[in-house]
Design a protein around this ligand. Structure first.
Ligand code: PMP
Length: 302
């Protein structure tokens, strides 16, 4: 395959039929989003948000893109911005992985840190302040922009349906901004109303009503209910501990040679729990948003 631009490598990622012992002879299929050029599911979003902003007349050649991010959206946006030579400023809570921050810098983005204890809400506030001070800036604001779920509704979800060619019993995915889950869940339920949709969060996230606290799983977990969930049917919310997610991360690397990030580990741990509650021979689909390589400094493997 000869390509002209890395943007052509976004999407159409492989779907793996995981060769693990799944309860009740069911299958877990995981979309390997690490195979996007920037290494995560968020390359789809970065490209889509810039196209959407341009279509709406909010971006010209001199625009500075500003966005609060846990990292992968920042990488996706910075990658997309290189294609149109736009400046990017990414507002990142300090706690997020060293590797992700290096990747953002490698792509030419400027990083502005906010204190970890202020969470993503602190980064959102700071991004809005910076936008006020920066002439000709645009904040896509993934946490409330309907283009976020739309990006997955239009790309990832149709890929799943055309690759699987069989009814999907359950869709299981983590939520950070909630865009991936909302966009794919909506599409799948429109295609087949019997598909169950199950959202995954780490302990410390608020969806199941537990107390908010920090967690080591990166990329998922919410401090407020995503607005994209308001008109969505969600059949279940599963809360996964850091240790259970990391155990799956280690197992996938050692048994399958598959380097997955901790949100993928949480998605797998939740999918295995879901399999116990579904009928025999169910088809469970999940998303592995990124690779373990961008968390090597987090010492998950020691
Ligand atoms: N996993 C990882 C590693 C992520 O970076 C993100 C995005 N923050 C997610 C899962 C969750 O995706 P979304 O924001 O679409 O809910």
């Amino acid at each position: 395959m000869i390509i002209q631009s890395v943007s052509q490598l976004i999407g159409n990622t492989p779907l793996i039929d995981l060769q693990v012992n799944v309860p009740k002879n069911s299958h877990i299929y995981a979309k390997l989003e690490m195979f996007n050029p920037g290494g995560s599911v968020k390359d789809r979003l970065g490209q889509y948000l810039l196209q959407d902003g341009s279509k709406k007349g909010k971006i010209n050649q001199e625009t500075t893109i500003i966005e609060p991010t846990a990292g992968n959206t920042g990488i996706g946006l910075a990658l997309a911005a290189t294609q149109s030579h736009l400046k990017t400023i990414l507002v990142v809570p300090e706690k997020f992985s060293f590797e992700k921050q290096q990747l953002m810098k490698a792509l030419g983005a400027k990083i502005v840190h906010t204190p970890s204890e202020d969470g993503i809400k602190g980064a959102i506030k700071k991004a809005r302040e910076l936008a006020q001070e920066t002439p000709n800036s645009y904040v896509p604001m993934q946490f409330e922009n309907p283009a976020n779920p739309a990006a997955y509704y239009q790309t990832l979800a149709p890929e799943l349906v055309s690759e699987l060619k069989q009814p999907i019993t359950a869709f299981v995915a983590g939520a950070g901004s909630g865009g991936t889950f909302a966009g794919v869940a909506k599409y799948l339920q429109e295609k087949d109303a019997t598909t169950k949709t199950i959202v995954v969060e780490p302990e410390g996230s608020i969806l199941n009503g537990g107390p908010a606290h920090s967690h080591r799983i990166e990329g998922i977990g919410v401090e407020f209910v995503p607005p994209f969930f308001s008109d969505l049917q969600i059949d279940q919310t599963i809360t996964i501990s850091d240790e259970d997610a990391f155990a799956e991360v280690r197992r996938m690397a050692q048994e399958q040679g598959l380097f997955i990030g901790s949100s993928s580990g949480a998605a797998l741990a939740a999918s295995l729990k879901v399999a116990e509650t579904l009928p025999e021979n169910s088809t469970i689909v999940t998303i592995f948003p990124d690779s373990g390589e961008r968390y090597l400094s987090e010492n998950i493997y020691d």
